[in-house]
Design a protein around this ligand. Structure first.
Ligand SMILES: Cc1cc2nc3c(=O)[nH]c(=O)nc-3n(C[C@H](O)[C@H](O)[C@H](O)COP(=O)(O)O)c2cc1C
Length: 188
């Protein structure tokens, strides 16, 4: 039997040419060393939800559309979440807000780690998201991970030259946060 906690690493940018996928893969590669976590990706690009189109309040859980039922079952199946997102105009990407707003009880009480990136780490996006997750009664880790990147780290095709060395200084902080997330799961 698998007693590991099931954690989704949520790829929150849906933009063509996004760097979010590569950063999320880096997050996975570091967190994988925590053997007690069963990690997998949720890619909001693949989930491809329309703008919220449920007539009833999500808190009632009375969903009309198949895409909402599928999304609900997927989110329900996880014990915790790592949201990986860029800062857009001092906020966080709209598809993430939309995906969050679709559901309610499915998120409640679950631990969440926020990983942002931007020229200065994306802290303003993290701050906004923290408030929203609190509104959904999720339990944020006490601190977030803010990754600073610049365009010199990227090749012409938009991929990182060497993400492992560019983000080497963030490995230990991510491992610490990963351990915190695990502790929060145990206390659930
Ligand atoms: C709509 C938009 C708004 C942005 N706003 C910010 C910002 O507020 N701060 C910042 O550091 N970078 C900002 N950027 C630059 C992003 O950090 C950069 O484009 C990054 O690659 C976005 O992540 P993604 O490629 O995974 O979508 C913005 C980019 C876009 C597309």
């Amino acid at each position: 039997m698998n007693n590991k906690s099931k954690i989704a690493i949520v790829i929150c940018s849906t933009r063509p040419g996004r760097i979010c996928k590569e950063i999320s893969e880096w997050v996975m590669s570091i967190m994988e060393s925590n053997q007690q976590l069963d990690l997998s990706f949720i890619d909001l690009l693949e989930i491809n939800l329309p703008f919220l189109d449920e007539p009833k309040m999500p808190a009632l859980g009375q969903y009309q559309h198949e895409h909402t039922k599928v999304w609900s079952a997927l989110v329900k199946s996880y014990d915790g979440f790592v949201f990986v997102l860029p800062q857009y105009n001092w906020g966080y990407p709209a598809p993430l807000k939309n995906a969050l707003d679709y559901l309610y009880v499915e998120w409640a009480d679950k631990p969440a780690l926020i990983v942002t990136y931007g020229n200065h780490g994306g802290g303003k996006a993290a701050l906004q998201l923290q408030g929203v997750l609190q509104g959904l009664h999720m339990r944020n880790t006490p601190t977030n991970l803010e990754l600073s990147f610049n365009n010199k780290m990227l090749r012409k095709d938009g991929a990182f030259n060497d993400i492992r060395s560019d983000f080497a200084s963030y490995e230990q902080p991510l491992l610490r946060l990963s351990a915190e997330l695990h502790t929060m799961l145990k206390g659930a």
